[in-house]
Design a protein around this ligand. Sequence first.
Ligand SMILES: Cc1cc2nc3c(=O)[nH]c(=O)nc-3n(C[C@H](O)[C@H](O)[C@H](O)COP(=O)(O)O)c2cc1C
Length: 148
Amino acid sequence: MNKIAIIYISTHHNNTQRLVASCDNVDIYKFNEIQDIDLTKYDLVGFASGIYFGKFHKAIYEIINNHLSQLHNIFLVYTSGSGLKSYGKKQSKKLRQLGLNVITFYSCKGYDTYGPWKLFGGVAKNHPNDIDINNYRLFIDKLVDLEL
Ligand SMILES: Cc1cc2nc3c(=O)[nH]c(=O)nc-3n(C[C@H](O)[C@H](O)[C@H](O)COP(=O)(O)O)c2cc1C
């Protein structure tokens, strides 16, 4: 059984926070609690955020860059208005170039009212929904049992 931590930041509609808070078999930390965490006691560390202009929140990259020596096996979780998987693929590649073992990522849509979308009542309304949350729980269950 792997011990898992997730560090998250969720600034737009708390979409990512709702998603990560739905699992109680992982330790969940807000990005600004990083100084209180001993990352080395975890088998796997997840980083979760909304997607802002095609990327994770910059706080996530800062934390990763500042803790590279304590990180090895990581995974990514994100919500985005579009639901595109390409964000996860691109960011995984970028983080692998830092020497990290990015095992996998989970993504789903998240309610988005940024910019012009606001005029139309937003996109991805009601996401993350029950199906997104259920799929996320299954994703985490697999990681808990994953042989590393
Ligand atoms: C400033 C800003 C930029 C965004 N850029 C993108 C984007 O490039 N692609 C996308 O699919 N969604 C984009 N979104 C939508 C968010 O990724 C989506 O609403 C996400 O669920 C927000 O997560 P949060 O509520 O946890 O912050 C953007 C939202 C904001 C506020």
